[in-house]
Design a protein around this ligand. Structure first.
Ligand code: FE2
Ligand code: FE2
Length: 200
C-alpha cells in the first residue's frame, strides 16, 4: 500500500541528527503502518505518528518547555501534571513534537496530535491510535531490551491489543521502580485503566 509520506523524511532529518534515533523513528513508522489494519487503524495516520512522534527529542530542555507553553495556548487539549513534567522537560518531548509539527505543517488532525503527545507516559481515556503509538514506541523491533520483544509478540503474534497495552505499562513502570525514579501519575492512571480492562 502506498503511503502519502512514506518517502518524506526530510522534516524528520531537519530536527533529528542521531542515526539511532532516526532509525527508531522510521522503524516505529514502518511497523505501526505495517500492522495498522490488524487493529482497524488507518495506515497513513499510523505512519505519520510513528515517524514524527520524537521530532522534538533532540531540542534543549528550555526549547521543549517553550514549545509546550506555545502548545498550551492553542487550547487543543489539556496537558495533565504539568508541574511534574516541567521538572523533567524531556517528559514533554511529545507535546513539543506536536507543537513543532503544527508550526511546520499547519493543520495536523487532532487524533495524531493526541497520540504524539501521549506516547511517552500513556494515560487514561486514550484512543486506540494513542494506545497503539504508546505500545509501538516501546516495542518497535529496533528496541534491544527483552521486554520490547515480549510486548511485540503479545501485540503482533497473539494479537492481544489490551494485554500488550497493559504489559507496556508494567514494563515501563517496573523500569522506573528499578531505577528509583519518580513515576508520573498519568502513567499510573493509564496502568489502572489498562488492568481493569484486562481483568474485567
Ligand atoms: Fe519519545
Ligand atoms: Fe520514540
Amino acid at each position: 500500500m502506498e503511503c502519502e509520506i512514506e518517502n518524506d523524511i526530510q522534516l524528520l532529518k531537519k530536527y533529528i541528527t542521531n542515526k539511532d534515533r532516526l532509525l527508531h523513528c522510521v522503524s516505529t513508522a514502518e511497523n505501526m503502518a505495517r500492522y495498522a489494519s490488524l487493529f482497524s487503524i488507518d495506515y497513513n495516520t499510523a505512519y505519520f505518528c510513528g515517524l514524527y512522534h520524537d521530532l522534538a527529542k533532540e531540542l534543549s530542555p528550555q526549547e521543549m518547555l517553550d514549545l509546550t507553553e506555545s502548545f498550551i495556548k492553542r487550547e487543543i487539549l489539556p496537558i495533565a501534571y504539568l508541574d511534574f513534567k516541567r521538572e523533567t522537560p524531556t517528559l514533554l518531548h511529545g507535546v513539543a513534537s506536536a507543537e513543532l509539527l503544527i508550526r511546520e505543517l499547519g493543520n495536523v488532525p487532532k487524533d495524531r496530535i493526541v497520540a504524539i503527545c501521549a506516547h511517552t507516559l500513556g494515560g487514561q481515556g486514550l484512543s486506540r491510535l494513542a494506545k497503539y503509538m504508546f505500545m509501538f514506541d516501546f516495542c518497535e523491533p529496533r528496541r534491544r531490551y527483552k521486554e520490547a520483544h515480549k510486548v511485540f509478540n503479545i501485540l503482533i503474534k497473539e494479537k492481544d491489543f489490551d494485554k500488550a497495552y497493559l504489559a507496556t505499562y508494567i514494563h515501563q513502570i517496573s523500569q522506573l521502580l528499578d531505577k528509583k525514579k519518580n513515576i508520573c501519575p498519568e502513567s499510573i492512571e493509564g496502568y489502572n485503566e489498562a488492568i481493569a480492562y484486562v481483568t474485567k
